[in-house]
Structure formats: structure tokens, C-alpha cells
Design a protein around this ligand. Sequence first.
Ligand SMILES: [Zn+2]
Length: 137
Amino acid sequence: MSKCLFCQIANKELKAFILLENENFLSFLDIKPHSPGHSLIIPKKHLVSFTDLSEELYQDLIRIIKEAIFKISKKLKTSDFTIGINEGKLAGRLIDHLHFHVIPRFPNDNGGSIHSVVYNPPSQSVEEIYNLLKDEN
Ligand SMILES: [Zn+2]
């Protein structure tokens, strides 16, 4: 038996409230929801980082995120969502199996925008940062 919680869910060794499934991904309700319909989307294969996804998996991923949004929108009557990943420990990842949060948003839900997850403005100017990041050629 696999020790990774999300691998166990993907292998149906653990019960989950599965909303959607395709060949490579699974969407299920978060067991500690921050909002009604708060869902997770995981690759069935054990991958840790967003950058571990192959090109074809990206397409499957985008498709299942869109399907999840449509489904939740229709049933829970909202068109607003926060969608994201905690990429790495510093970003708050608790389980080392890649997972995407799809969090439906509702009026007065006490949430903020994605800008509210961090506030660490750089000491360098935006131009200095740009010069560090831009391609050399
Ligand atoms: Zn896993």
C-alpha cells in the first residue's frame, strides 16, 4: 500500500468524494473545505511539482479544471473561483503530491484575492528584477 495520501485516493485505496475523473487526473472534494465545493485536482501518477507535468498532462489538467469549474458553477450557483497551487513548502504545500485547489467564491466569504497570500515587496526596482529574469539574447 502506498504511503502517499493522494496516491491512495488515486488508487481508490482511500475513500474520497470524487467529482470528476479522466485518464490522468482526479477531482474530489477537499475534506477540510474553505468554501462549499472546495475541490482538489490531482494527477493519478505521483508527481510533486507543477513542472513535473508533461505537455499532454497539461492539456488534460486544463480540461479537468474547466470541467470542475463548470460543474461547481452550475450546482452551487457561483461563477467566481480562486484557483491555484501551493508550489513548495514555503508556499504552504502540505502533501508532496501535486494538487490544484479549485475554491468557489461567494459573497462575504471572508476570503481575499490571490494577492493576499504574500506580501514581500522586493528591495530592488521592478526594472532590476526584470534585468535578472530576461533572456540574454
Ligand atoms: Zn502520491
